[in-house]
Design a protein. Structure first.
Length: 211
């Protein structure tokens, strides 16, 4: 079965699992039908061709304006739009170029995932509400783990999610080069250069551990 098909089936089960806890606001920020799929940014062939440097970026939670949304709303991945005016996309692109050692690469060769696919709290702005996030990550940890298994990355870049990812994948992460970075959303201006410099250093440290 192809990677995208496996992801599609996983997301159906994942969203159904959200329905079970639909009324628990300690776990879900929004109605259970709010579920934003992610995974491959480009097509499967492009992702597989990037091996042995298949990269998965793991972020925290989807951020959408959920006001007025209905159960039949089609939720789409923002990353697939490849809007390079988005500063998060710019940082991911910069990291991808460093990993691939080329400025002629596209994020279409990578994958990304948000751990919390139910999205942010509307009353908490763009900030993560950590008590809820941690409960969501724990409750849906098997789905998070399975998505990582399906994508089978050789590199994982954790954007504010390192502890969560390590706790979930355990020993399965031993053969993956994992880089710990802060979330890129708060990085702008000259800090972009510092962010990518720090990423380069942490990448080199992580790669040395796997020599």
């Amino acid at each position: 079965m192809c990677t995208q098909k496996k992801l599609d089936e996983l997301f159906i089960s994942w969203r159904n699992a959200q329905e079970v806890v639909n009324h628990d606001r300690n776990v879900l920020n929004n109605p259970a039908y709010v579920f934003t799929p992610d995974g491959l940014i480009g097509d499967e062939a492009t992702y597989e061709m990037s091996s042995p440097k298949k990269v998965l970026y793991v972020l925290q939670e989807s951020h959408l304006n959920h006001a007025g949304l209905r159960p039949n709303t089609k939720f789409e991945s923002w990353a697939k739009k490849l809007d390079m005016s988005n500063q998060i996309m710019q940082r991911l692109q910069g990291m991808q170029e460093i990993i691939m050692k080329s400025d002629n690469v596209s994020l279409k060769s990578a994958a990304y995932m948000n751990i919390n696919k139910n999205g942010n709290r509307m009353d908490n702005g763009s900030s993560v509400y950590w008590p809820q996030f941690n409960k969501y990550a724990k409750l849906f940890s098997q789905f998070v783990k399975e998505e990582i298994r399906i994508l089978s990355p050789e590199y994982i870049v954790c954007c504010g999610t390192y502890d969560t990812v390590i706790n979930i994948i355990g020993d399965e992460g031993n053969n993956i080069i994992i880089v710990d970075m802060i979330h890129p959303s708060g990085v702008s201006g000259k800090n972009k250069i510092c962010y990518l410099q720090k990423f380069r250093t942490r990448l080199e440290e992580a790669e040395k551990k796997h020599l």
